[in-house]
Design a protein around this ligand. Structure first.
Ligand SMILES: Cc1cc2nc3c(=O)[nH]c(=O)nc-3n(C[C@H](O)[C@H](O)[C@H](O)COP(=O)(O)O)c2cc1C
Length: 218
């Protein structure tokens, strides 16, 4: 039997251009290296290089994961994301703030893994973020909890129409359940892949006062 070219086993992996990784001169703090790699990815034309997979754990201990946008990385190494408290991931973070973010920039054969704990921003910061969102994102969030079910397009359109009317009446209206979270890492790993499988990995682990750096076996 012939393997089709689009079957997972037949699709080539780690096809990006390996970048020099001078781990010895890597900065002391991981967010500096992260921002450098994010810039490299953007400059290399990686679309939406700030998109990451957020992994969470539900109340039964079952892992969950989805792609979202990382909005900012603060100087003290906090990765900012935003979502509704009433979404599954919102519930999961409220119950268990342990989470992870995973980035993959294929053209550069680079990945970054962030493991840590999410902290809620103030209501004021979340409101500012909400008001900066696309109008349809705001209408969606005002209309119903993210990932809740609905049966017909008409029922969805009616809820959206009501939310848009509320926004027209009060352009400053904010969804009270919209929340910015800052993922504060306990560890950050930088993976520089190599098509020849001579991968380089550097792990940062947070200590009481700074970061420890360690090379990791591929
Ligand atoms: C590129 C991309 C960016 C996204 N950005 C966000 C985001 O910033 N916030 C968000 O709540 N969902 C975002 N989503 C949608 C999520 O992937 C997901 O469908 C939604 O948040 C529901 O997840 P949940 O049911 O686990 O809560 C994004 C999806 C993609 C593909």
């Amino acid at each position: 039997m012939q393997t089709r070219r689009d079957e997972p086993g037949a699709v080539p992996s780690i096809v990006g251009q390996a970048q020099d990784f001078d781990w010895a001169s890597a900065p002391d703090a991981p967010h500096e290296l992260f921002l450098r790699w994010l810039r490299d990815a953007t400059n290399a034309g990686v679309p939406e290089a700030h998109a990451a997979t957020l992994s969470t754990v539900d109340a039964d201990g079952l892992p969950d994961a989805r792609v979202l946008t990382v909005k900012d990385v603060s100087g003290d190494c906090g990765f900012k994301i935003a979502t509704g408290d009433e979404s599954p991931k919102g519930h999961q973070l409220l119950t268990n703030p342990n989470c992870a973010l995973t980035f993959y920039w294929s053209p550069l054969a680079r990945a970054v893994r962030v493991r840590g704990t999410a902290q809620r921003a103030t209501a004021a910061e979340s409101a500012t973020d909400f008001l900066a969102c696309h109008p349809q994102t705001r209408a969606n969030a005002l209309a119903a909890p993210q990932s809740s079910t609905f049966s017909t397009d008409a029922s969805r359109d009616e809820l959206i129409r009501q939310a848009q009317a509320a926004m027209e009446l009060d352009p400053g209206i904010v969804s009270p359940q919209w929340t910015v979270w800052t993922v504060i890492p306990k560890s950050v790993e930088f993976w520089q892949g190599d098509p020849n499988r001579n991968h380089q990995r550097l792990g940062y682990i947070r200590t009481k006062t700074a970061w420890d750096k360690q090379r990791l076996w591929p």
